[in-house]
Design a protein around this ligand. Structure first.
Ligand SMILES: Cc1cc2nc3c(=O)[nH]c(=O)nc-3n(C[C@H](O)[C@H](O)[C@H](O)COP(=O)(O)O)c2cc1C
Length: 336
């Protein structure tokens, strides 16, 4: 079976690409992912807040030195020894590149098209094959128009493009009034691909202690239907690469996404919960399924159940809603 695929202009041996997670913080776990069959790896994110905090700290430190506190200076670290989040990130890009044979995609996470993006150049120089931009933006200002939220994505992409010449992948929110139009706009601006979708975490409330709490609820397979739906709507209508993230836990989930038309599948929670061996198992299961259904390559079936290829395209729109509601039956013993 030929499982190879193309994504962001990169030729990959298969469509399984672990998404940004703590697994790329250690060379050992990254090697395990590669050995299990991962075709590329997306690194954990470098956050805008971390870069800014570091720059502000550096400015204060240099200012302090300029004003000559001779005795105190003896106790301060030498400027060259200052190794913050950015330096650690750049080192990790270089170390992963040296340790792995698969493409390494760096990840930047931020919302403003400002100075912090200049560091993308250093990420590229450290060896990243491509860069993912996670614009995790919560549009909490009720006076900010939707079009301005969309423009934010475009301007961050443009600012990044001014810095680097490697492919850029935009990890998107599902909360746009027209997801397809946003993807088309980003494609025109020059994104090489989009990832559908960033998982937004809602703050929780602790009713006993009357305070907010921050809980990481793991994703489930049914969550992947969101990416599946939008992949199916976009397949064949956009030129840029499509990646799916969120709730993909099994070979069946992966196959659904491929049938909907994605180019790559990103796993995160499933790998954190079950280990790297899951990739090998999923690849084996996909190959077995392909053999059973008479497919030799991924392209033989990719997008076969996308909206442009199904008999009744309205099944991806209101008709699905109506049919789903029709399937409901009352629970025996509760209402009847
Ligand atoms: C512990 C943890 C850390 C994550 N770190 C990042 C990150 O640094 N950058 C990012 O873009 N996404 C990050 N994500 C999001 C994942 O890459 C992924 O898009 C999301 O969890 C949905 O996929 P899943 O259902 O397979 O977990 C993280 C997720 C988890 C659970």
């Amino acid at each position: 079976m030929e499982l190879n695929t193309s994504w962001l202009g990169l030729d990959l041996k298969n469509p399984i690409v672990p998404s940004a997670s703590p697994l790329s913080r250690s060379l050992d776990s990254a090697r395990q992912l590669e050995d299990a069959g991962a075709a590329a790896i997306i690194m954990y994110s470098l956050f805008e807040e971390a870069v800014r905090a570091e720059e502000e700290g550096m400015v204060r430190f240099l200012h302090h030195q300029d004003h000559g506190h001779a005795e105190a200076d003896d106790f301060l670290p030498d400027f060259q020894d200052f190794s913050g989040e950015l330096d650690r990130y750049l080192e990790q890009v270089a170390d992963l590149k040296a340790a792995l044979g698969i493409p390494v995609i760096a990840s930047l996470n931020g919302v403003s098209a400002s100075g912090w993006l200049e560091h993308a150049k250093e990420v590229r120089e450290a060896g990243a094959d491509a860069l993912e931009l996670n614009t995790y933006y919560v549009a909490g200002d009720i006076w900010e128009e939707g079009s301005l939220v969309e423009k934010r994505y475009v301007s961050v992409l443009k600012a990044l493009q001014n810095q680097i010449d490697i492919p850029i992948n935009m990890k998107l929110s599902p909360w746009f009034s027209s997801v397809g139009h946003v993807v088309k706009t980003l494609e025109k601006t020059g994104t090489a691909g989009v990832s559908l979708f960033n998982r937004f975490y809602q703050p929780d409330i602790n009713v006993e202690q009357l305070r907010l709490q921050h809980t990481l609820h793991p994703s489930r397979s049914s969550d992947s239907l969101l990416a599946m739906h939008w992949t199916a709507l976009l397949h064949g209508r956009v030129e840029c690469s499509l990646g799916a993230t969120g709730g993909i836990h099994s070979a069946e989930d992966v196959l659904k996404l491929l049938l909907a038309g994605t180019d790559v599948i990103h796993l995160c929670t499933a790998l954190l919960q079950r280990g790297a061996g899951l990739i090998t198992q999923i690849l084996d299961d996909i190959a077995a399924w392909m053999e059973e259904h008479g497919f030799e390559t991924i392209d033989d079936f990719r997008g076969r159940l996308s909206q442009i290829n199904v008999q009744d395209p309205s099944e991806f729109e209101r008709l699905n809603y109506i049919r789903v509601l029709d399937t409901y039956s009352f629970k025996p013993g509760v209402w009847v």
